[in-house]
Design a protein around this ligand. Structure first.
Ligand code: HEC
Length: 127
């Protein structure tokens, strides 16, 4: 039954999205169009670099408590796209990480996220 199979697939995708499966979740939680790391880099350089640094490891001279997250670290790179998107979109309470939803479009945030993901591949791909 074709219809039955479509419904089942939708249910599986839904479950994976909620984190019940670790297999392929990162592939599922992607932007509808896929982020563009090239335009993401441009935005990153203009808006994120002063805290997170050109290499994503964080700017040491910036004395923040807590310090800016090391975007190259496995702890960050292991997170799902949706989680990181939300962090950038909503910010992180009680830290210097503000919500960027007011100044950046969803598409721009997906582009930045695609660029942030390139910090992870420099470490040798998926942790
Ligand atoms: C004013 C300094 C500042 C700026 C500007 C800034 N951040 Fe942050 N960012 C922080 C701090 C501080 C944290 C929180 C660190 C922690 O949770 O301990 C953080 C956390 C994050 C996290 C969450 C990492 C995790 O733990 O999952 C992401 C992703 C991130 N920033 C991306 C960005 C991006 C992308 C931009 C540019 C749009 C940006 N940040 C701009 C200071 C900044």
């Amino acid at each position: 039954m074709l219809i039955g199979r479509v419904v089942l697939c939708a249910a599986l995708v839904g479950l994976s999205g909620l984190g019940f499966s670790n297999i392929g979740v990162q592939d599922l939680a992607v932007s509808p169009k896929g982020g563009d790391p090239v335009s993401g880099r441009e935005i990153y350089v203009n808006t994120c670099i002063r805290c997170h640094g050109i290499d994503g490891k964080g700017v040491l001279e910036v004395k923040l408590v807590p310090p800016p997250a090391d975007l190259t670290s496995p702890a960050v790179q292991r997170r799902l796209d949706g989680t990181l998107f939300r962090r950038i979109h909503e910010g992180k309470p009680n830290t210097a990480m503000g919500a960027w939803k007011h100044s950046l479009s969803d598409e721009e945030i997906w582009d930045i996220l695609a660029y942030v993901r390139t910090f992870g591949t420099e470490l040798g791909g998926q942790p």
